[in-house]
Design a protein. Structure first.
Length: 102
């Protein structure tokens, strides 16, 4: 089952994000084969990271919550808001995604 995980950073948390980025990448890399789409949420300037969005294939809501609970950014207290929802992939355009990597 696909789950959409939206993680919104606390205000003024860029330093914490930078400090934990390597651990975050290592953790998420362990789930690479399950992640349909993922990356930073960006401010209007298109550069400032203000959160994360992940669409991931997990067996159930408990596994999705476990993924978030163990996510290094989350464990470090980076997020002000965490949303986990089932996701129905109705449309996909891989070529468009490839052209918009950060």
């Amino acid at each position: 089952m696909l789950y959409s995980i939206t993680l919104v950073d606390r205000p003024h948390s860029a330093a914490l994000r930078a400090e934990t980025a390597a651990t975050h990448r290592d953790y998420v890399g362990g789930f690479f084969n399950l992640i349909a789409l993922g990356g930073p949420l960006l401010a209007a300037d298109g550069k400032t990271m203000i959160g994360s969005q992940i669409v991931i294939d997990l067996p159930d809501a408990e596994a999705a919550q476990c993924f978030v609970d163990n996510e290094p950014y989350n464990r470090a207290g980076l997020f002000s808001q965490v949303l986990i929802h089932r996701f129905g992939a109705a449309v996909s355009n891989p070529d468009l995604i490839k052209g918009n990597k950060t």
